[in-house]
Every structure is written in C-alpha cells, then in structure tokens.
Design a protein around this ligand. Structure first.
Ligand code: HEM
Length: 82
C-alpha cells in the first residue's frame, strides 16, 4: 500500500505539473518494463476512463479535469514508448 501510494503521488504530481517534473525520457524509461510486458493504447484508454470517472466523482472543477486529462494525453506517446 505504501508503494502504491508513492506511485499514485508520483503520477499525480507528474500530471499536475509539479513539484516533480518528469521528462519524456524519464516517462519512457519508467514504463519500459510495462511496455515490454504488453502495455498498450487499450490499457491507456481504460486508465484514462477510470481516472476521468474518479475525478468526476470527487469535487474537482470541470475545467481542471479537462486540463489534467489534456496533460495525460500529452504524455501518452512517452508512456507507451511510441
Ligand atoms: C500520463 C500517464 C502516466 C503518467 C504521468 C505515469 C507516471 C508514472 C510514474 C511517475 C511512475 C513511477 C512511479 C515511481 O516508482 O515513483 C510510473 C510507474 C508505472 N506506471 Fe505509470 N504513468 C502513466 C500512465 C500509466 C498507465 C496508463 C499505466 C498502465 C495502465 C501505467 C503503469 C505503470 C507501471 C506498471 C509502473 C511501474 C513500472 C515499474 O515499476 O516497472 N502508467 N508511472
């Protein structure tokens, strides 16, 4: 659970733009193993749908949700190593 929390925090701070900025190269390197094991667009799409739902279920402003999801899409190709 501690590891899961750390990963969730790293993910959220990356998507929200700080304090830990991550380069495209770092995102590629960080997901290389997952891509080798079969991480694809399909998984990415499923993740985006769940993330959107979780944000909509919480008190996050709609414009901020759009912002976050836009940033997630900007990172797609680096995460998938494309
Ligand atoms: C914009 C989208 C994403 C961002 C910004 C992101 C960010 C990150 C970060 C920062 C880490 C490193 C966590 C740490 O160890 O501190 C990480 C690891 C990981 N991410 Fe993502 N992630 C994204 C999408 C995804 C998706 C869609 C999946 C799978 C459905 C995924 C699967 C993983 C896995 C499996 C690891 C651990 C890699 C390993 O330990 O080998 N990520 N991600």
């Amino acid at each position: 659970m501690t590891v899961q929390r750390r990963k969730m925090r790293s993910f959220l701070s990356t998507v929200a733009g700080g304090p830990q900025e991550r380069s495209g190269i770092e995102l590629r390197a960080g997901h290389y193993r997952a891509v080798q094991r079969g991480l694809t667009h399909e998984h990415f799409d499923a993740f985006v749908a769940h993330f959107r739902e979780a944000l909509e279920d919480s008190d996050v402003q709609a414009s901020f949700i759009d912002d976050l999801l836009y940033r997630v899409e900007q990172m797609r190709s680096d995460v998938l190593g494309l």
